[in-house]
Ligand binder design. Structure first.
Ligand SMILES: Cc1ncc(COP(=O)(O)O)c(C=O)c1O
Length: 395
């Protein structure tokens, strides 16, 4: 079939036609265990009955209204989301992670402008961070490789080394900073967590200077690390939280939420999104929230992540250098090209594997494999996926 897409992705030659649970099926009917969740999106796996039911029922009632009115579904979703995200008071619904982070930056800048006047608009982010692909969220992304070819960038972003409190304090001490935007667990750069000490001190430094503390929970939030938000685990009070990916389990949705300080910063005319709060996405979001806010379900995410890490470490595989995990986010440093292993696991380029199911995994840079499996994965599916990985790694 002719391919009309722009050549923006390193795609594998796989075309999927359906999915069920943790499994995807290609045009030849071959099965694949999905350890990617579509990069952290399909948190309830594929064809989850609660999600399919919610979307189907909503499609029969109402697909879209503009934001000059409200829908009952969006009202319900907003209430559930704000109540689930500890310390948050208001939410703006949008469609993607980049859009959510753009909104967070706008809140920080307006909050600061109204209180302190012009010139205090800088957003500090961490090196190794990933915040999106728009020009402004690329500007916020602390990785040089994303900055090639697309300048000039949005002014007013500076990067500091995660874990280096002295560097953070120096950056925040400039009189120009409005916000600190960070991921408690950096996903795109290989599942790298900030320490409790770093986050707690960062929160203190921000509070003392009235700088907004903003967590990008687009990849690590919504249960992925075993709590609803990853930042909950540090006992700090966020001013702004951004979400997307898993928010509606596979229907495009994003959100930025604000706590007490910033809840009313944005006023009519300040921000908008045609599809934001779309009833179909909100119905899907309600179905996701009803499941991922359950403490027992969250506990299982943690247990299954620990099981995966322990199993990988037990292998003492000569090619595995380090395994990092937070709930069902795993980063596995290997001594070889991650892309090659990813292809072998999916395609079965190791002899004899292609008749059997494939395994879909992600990479983070050249030497790290990344797992973001659906939360509903079973112990048996974990074991099966890891066996495929072992075969792909060879010895
Ligand atoms: C932490 C984080 N922030 C922002 C984004 C951007 O999200 P989106 O692709 O929905 O714009 C991503 C996507 O990978 C992400 O992982």
């Amino acid at each position: 079939m002719a391919n009309y897409f722009m050549n923006t992705y390193h795609r594998l030659p796989l075309t999927f036609t359906r999915g069920e649970g943790v499994w995807l099926y290609d045009t030849n009917g071959r099965a694949y265990l999905d350890f990617t969740s579509g990069i952290g999106v399909n948190c309830l796996g594929h064809k989850h009955p609660a999600l399919v039911g919610a979307i189907t029922r909503q499609a029969e009632k109402l697909l879209h209204t503009c934001n000059y009115y409200q829908s009952d579904t969006a009202l319900e979703f907003a209430e559930k989301l704000v109540k689930a995200a500890a310390g948050m008071k208001t939410v703006f619904l949008c469609n993607s992670g980049a859009e959510a982070n753009e909104g967070a930056c706008k809140i920080a800048r307006k909050y600061s402008l109204k209180k302190y006047g012009p010139g205090r608009h800088t957003i500090v982010t961490l090196k190794g961070s990933f915040h999106g692909r728009t020009i402004t969220t690329l500007s916020a992304t602390g990785q040089e490789r994303f900055h090639r070819d697309f300048g000039p960038f949005t002014e007013g972003f500076i990067f500091v080394e995660g874990g280096d409190l002295a560097a953070l304090e120096k950056a925040l001490d400039q009189k120009t900073v409005a916000g600190l935007l960070l991921e408690a667990v950096q996903g795109e750069s290989g599942i790298r967590s900030q320490t409790g000490e770093y986050i707690q001190n960062a929160a203190k430094l921000c509070a003392e200077r009235d700088i907004l503390l903003m967590f990008d929970e687009i990849q690590c939030g919504l249960g992925r690390t075993g709590t609803f938000l990853a930042c909950e685990q540090y006992g700090v009070k966020a001013d702004v939280v951004t979400l997307a990916k898993a928010l509606a389990g596979g229907i495009p949705a994003g959100a930025f939420l604000a706590g007490e300080k910033a809840a009313d910063v944005l006023q009519p005319g300040d921000h908008g999104a045609t599809f934001g709060g779309n009833p179909l996405a909100c119905a899907a979001g309600i179905a996701v929230l009803d499941i991922v806010t359950n403490p027992a379900f969250l506990g299982e995410i943690k247990r299954k992540g620990e099981k995966m890490k322990a199993a990988l470490e037990l292998w003492k595989h000569p090619r595995i250098r380090e395994v990092r995990s937070r709930g069902l986010m795993l980063g596995i440093d290997i001594d070889t090209d991650a892309r090659q292993i990813l292809e072998a696991a999916a395609m079965g380029t190791v002899s004899g594997l292609s008749e059997n199911p494939g395994l879909l995994i992600l990479s983070s840079g050249a030497g790290t494999l990344r797992f973001l499996p659906p939360y509903i994965i079973s112990d048996a599916e974990i074991d099966q996926g890891l066996e495929i990985l072992k075969e792909a790694l060879g010895s």
